[in-house]
Design a protein around this ligand. Sequence first.
Ligand SMILES: *[C@@H]1O[C@H](CO)[C@@H](O)[C@H](O)[C@H]1NC(C)=O
Ligand SMILES: *[C@@H]1O[C@H](CO)[C@@H](O)[C@H](O)[C@H]1NC(C)=O
Ligand SMILES: *[C@@H]1O[C@H](CO)[C@@H](O)[C@H](O)[C@H]1NC(C)=O
Ligand SMILES: *[C@@H]1O[C@H](CO)[C@@H](O)[C@H](O)[C@H]1NC(C)=O
Ligand SMILES: *[C@@H]1O[C@H](CO)[C@@H](O)[C@H](O)[C@H]1NC(C)=O
Length: 547
Amino acid sequence: MKTDTEGMLARLVLLLAVTQSVMLVMGQAVTGGGSWRLLLENAGISTMHTAVTRFNTVIFLDRTNIGESQISLPNGRCRNQPQEQKATRDCSAHSVMFDPSANTVRPLFIFTDTWCSSGQFFPNGTLVQTGGDNEGLRKVRTLNPCLASETCDWVESNSTSLQNGRWYSSNQLLPDGRMIVVGGRQIFTYEFIPRRAGEGTFELPFLRQTNDVQNDNYYPFVHLLPDGRLYIFANRDSILLDYGTNTVVRTYPRIPGEPRNYPSAGSSVMLPLEAGNNYTDVEILVCGGARFGAFHNSRAQFGASQTCGRMLVTGSSPQWAMEDMPTRRCMGDMILLPTADVLIINGAQNGSQGWGFASVPVLNPVAYVPGNAPGARFLTYRASTIPRMYHATAVLIPDGRVLVAGSNTHQFYTFTGAFPTELRVEAFSPPYTAAVYSSRRPRFISYPHQVRYGQTFAVVIGLATAPSNGTVVNLNLVSCPFTTHSFAQGQRLLKLGVTPPVATGVAQQYRITVTAPPRATVAPPSYYMLFANNNGLPSRAVWVQIS
Ligand SMILES: *[C@@H]1O[C@H](CO)[C@@H](O)[C@H](O)[C@H]1NC(C)=O
Ligand SMILES: *[C@@H]1O[C@H](CO)[C@@H](O)[C@H](O)[C@H]1NC(C)=O
Ligand SMILES: *[C@@H]1O[C@H](CO)[C@@H](O)[C@H](O)[C@H]1NC(C)=O
Ligand SMILES: *[C@@H]1O[C@H](CO)[C@@H](O)[C@H](O)[C@H]1NC(C)=O
Ligand SMILES: *[C@@H]1O[C@H](CO)[C@@H](O)[C@H](O)[C@H]1NC(C)=O
């Protein structure tokens, strides 16, 4: 109780300190907190799919059938793709590796079309990327990530392929280290990668049932619950799926308001899982969306959804609790921050997904603070100057900033019109990254690089001032999702069980005993970012492999 209050007070003080103009409007703090920085004027591509690797590098990936990008393949290399729709000979790159420490990119080679594809990291840190359009529809591509100074690249298998062609599907890493690939355009099945001998695809009628006339069930929101089952949300409905037996074990109430998936483009997160309740209470948050019909009547530019729904999906009689966001938003990205708040960033106030189908960009990110009372959960942060519309992405990077890149509301690279194809890369720095706090952010002195399920382990944290009695320094474990089309596939955050910090005898150094996630259903085996979080101020992350 005491630490919660302290945390809330610290957050309030922090916001008061950061912003010039804090007003309280109807109980909601409205602030100009946070800051934006342009990192790179021209990334060469407009990224549609983005993922952060355990080497702190970031993979950007666009479609291949957009003609020439603005970055060449190295050493005069060209792509001669006989099935390419736009240009069969193309010497430009459609994927790059971004280095946030130098703000540079290195071109990567992609052979088959990745348009509207999906992905996830394998437990060993390899990025797996599936499907796409045309010749890429059944492709499985892998990239063993590397340091920015090294030369890793995509490998496209000719022997492994998806069983169903998949465009607009969602992937989730599973407790057994495989990944599930769910749905896609007019595909009402799921399958696994790698697949077991003789294993086929599995019918999921729920995907057919949620496929209305504007196909509001693409990129379903898939979340692995700590009991090992999958929560799947499509259009306005959701189910609990036991994928092992292909059984729908639960059907949830329909969310009020608008459709929430592509092309209506809300977003969703599983709220932080907590050791404090033995990882048993799971809440799903779904925010934004577009008015039904907005896709088929794009000239009307209907106002987007302004609501979020939150539901305890492990409860005995789950109901959606609805809340209003400060503004309408479709195509927002929802990103779990190291503080366990949810950042909602990017998108537009009117229209829907689709080329040129949206207007009125939402330039202000907002934070949703799950632990605050309803009505006081949203904080509005400083606006960017760059609209991030259709095909934009956002990812959390290990230093606590949120990298924002992409936005292409045109079929090809078009640098004219209201929303030109966007090649600029920015970072949004939440208020906790402000220079005034840098000495007060916790830092890791020592930690294990690898931990097993259920293991207790020690970390040593540097704290500038002695923690007061009763202070808890939280250790939050954050996965690296594959972000595309306003949904971060495989995103999860765990608040681990910790003991209070104990002085080590070395000045400003404190030991904390931490309990690893109990089992693979709570945190599938993978590399995670581990953040220490003291009174609303997170450390930089360290990488820990959970196995
Ligand atoms: C990770 O596992 C995959 C699948 O088994 C394999 O293709 C890949 O080479 C492995 N990556 C590394 C870095 O060992
Ligand atoms: C797959 O086939 C393409 C086209 O023939 C070839 O260029 C590529 O090297 C092959 N990939 C692998 C991993 O063998
Ligand atoms: C925590 O949950 C697991 C799995 O449901 C269960 O086996 C264990 O007994 C629970 N522990 C406590 C302390 O409730
Ligand atoms: C956006 O939607 C709002 C709410 O329906 C409406 O008042 C406004 O005129 C729309 N803006 C545009 C540019 O169409
Ligand atoms: C911390 O608080 C506990 C309980 O209030 C008390 O028993 C303990 O002596 C305190 N420790 C210190 C170092 O003040």
